[in-house]
Design a protein around this ligand. Structure first.
Ligand SMILES: *Cc1c(COP(=O)(O)O)cnc(C)c1O
Length: 435
């Protein structure tokens, strides 16, 4: 029996019910995944007790020798995984990593150019309610409304916009964009207008690590990511620089007159700029997940993620659904429900009753509010981790369609819920509450 079960039955009960929820339902939120027991073990370890402000070998606290080892392993493995020269594994989250990039490259009031939020961009790319939109002047590029490139970013338009607004920084990366990016084209535009190029690969890091999507490493000046989405590590963030050539000059330090490299500036932006002590238990868990990601199994997993997302996209197209951009290059699809007379909000609620977890999502040129939306976003990473293949993803699409066509029919929803449970039982997930 776990100690927690006796000391705090209330929280133990919550954890138990959450494990049951994860075990018994379809998890289709594109930003979620299921970590290994090893990753959970490291996350639940004694390193949670340790203060380790600073970097390996240069800490502000004693007793950091093992924290240093953990962080060195995390950094070395991340560098190998992404073929890059420098990494900081301390950001507590993707948003923290992004904040450190703004702090390093921009001054309050500076202009940057990012992907429109309603076209798949992230809050930290200039939303008016986020620090990025509050402190800096956000300009946006978007996807095409119609024509052969409908739902895709047109690089000529990005260039026109960049020439018009002369941004200090251009950001790439998205939370709901089903296509790959042309990093070379972005870099040419950035060079033409003298802007920094920043790629936020939070969603696609796992696919990029496996070599299945274009890599931004040799094009962007700096790359950020989360570690918990397709990368399948603990919740957290990270900052990377591709090659040495991008890491020459930063700026002259006022006191010493020494020229600092970008890597040093990003390190200082994370700590002491943005954060206090790093979460060493999470950094150890990051190291564990990077080791997993370096294995051949991880590559097969990412192949399956793509195959399953494509199978799901094809099934929805066959059933007459409108998929943004007509399909997917990555792990997610965006279903535009306008031709089905449903809102994203209603779809999310109806599917939730059948234990199918999705999130409502704005579609490009949406006329509904962000609380209602006209679409749902569906991702394959989590259910692929459980071992489901293209056949099961076709069934997932069929079951979703059944619910969406009968959102108020409790009998049909309860029948779908039983089918969801039966499939989940065939692909067991966790047989423990605490690792
Ligand atoms: C998820 C995401 C983030 C934020 O990550 P958090 O860990 O939730 O802060 C940042 N950028 C993009 C593109 C994302 O999809």
């Amino acid at each position: 029996m776990s100690e927690l079960q006796t000391t705090d039955p209330a929280i133990f009960g919550v954890l138990q019910r959450e494990v049951e929820r994860q075990n018994d339902g379809f998890e289709l939120i594109a930003s979620e995944n299921f970590v290994s027991r090893s990753v959970m073990e490291a996350t639940g370890s004694a390193l949670t007790n340790k203060y380790a402000e600073g970097l390996p070998g240069k800490r502000y606290y004693g007793g950091c020798q093992f924290a240093d080892e953990a962080e060195d392993l995390a950094r070395d493995r991340a560098k190998e995984l992404f073929s890059c020269d420098w990494v900081n594994v301390q950001p507590h989250s993707g948003a923290s990593a992004n904040a450190a990039v703004y702090l390093t490259l921009m001054k309050p009031g500076d202009t940057f150019l990012g992907l429109d939020l309603s076209h798949g961009g992230h809050l930290t790319h200039g939303s008016p309610v986020n620090f990025s939109g509050i402190l800096y002047k956000a300009e946006y590029y978007g996807v095409e409304e119609s024509g052969p490139n409908a739902g895709r970013i047109d690089m000529d338009r990005v260039r026109d916009k960049a020439l018009a607004v002369q941004p200090k920084m251009i950001s790439i990366g998205a939370s709901a964009y089903p296509r790959d990016f042309d990093y070379g084209a972005f870099r040419s535009i950035a060079d033409e207008v003298g802007a920094f190029l920043w790629m936020d690969m939070a969603h696609t890091a796992g696919l990029i690590a496996a070599g299945l999507l274009n890599s931004p490493m040799d094009h962007a000046h700096v790359v950020t990511t989360t570690t918990h989405k397709t990368l399948r590590g603990p919740r957290g963030g990270m900052i990377l620089i591709g090659s040495d050539s991008e890491n020459t000059v930063g700026k002259v330090a006022p006191k010493s007159g020494r020229v600092k490299m970008w890597s040093e500036l990003f390190d200082s932006a994370v700590f002491p700029g943005m954060q206090g002590g790093p979460l060493m238990h999470v950094i150890a868990a990051k190291a564990v997940s990077f080791l997993e990601a370096l294995s051949p199994d991880f590559k097969s997993y990412q192949h399956a993620v793509l195959e399953n997302a494509k199978a799901m996209a094809d099934s929805f197209v066959e059933k007459g659904y409108d998929i943004v951009s007509g399909g997917t290059d990555n792990h997610l699809i965006l279903v535009d429900l306008r031709n089905k007379g449903l809102t994203g909000k209603d779809a999310e609620i109806a599917l939730g009753k059948a234990e199918i977890t999705v999130n409502k999502n704005m579609v490009p040129f949406d006329t509904q509010s962000p609380f209602v939306t006209s679409g749902i976003r569906l991702g394959s990473p989590a259910m692929t981790t459980r071992g489901l293949g293209p056949g099961e993803f076709n069934v997932i699409a069929t079951l979703i369609d059944k619910v969406l066509m009968n959102p108020n029919n409790e009998d049909i929803i309860s029948q779908v819920r039983s089918e969801v449970k039966a499939i989940c039982r065939k692909f067991p997930l966790y047989d423990f509450v605490t690792a």
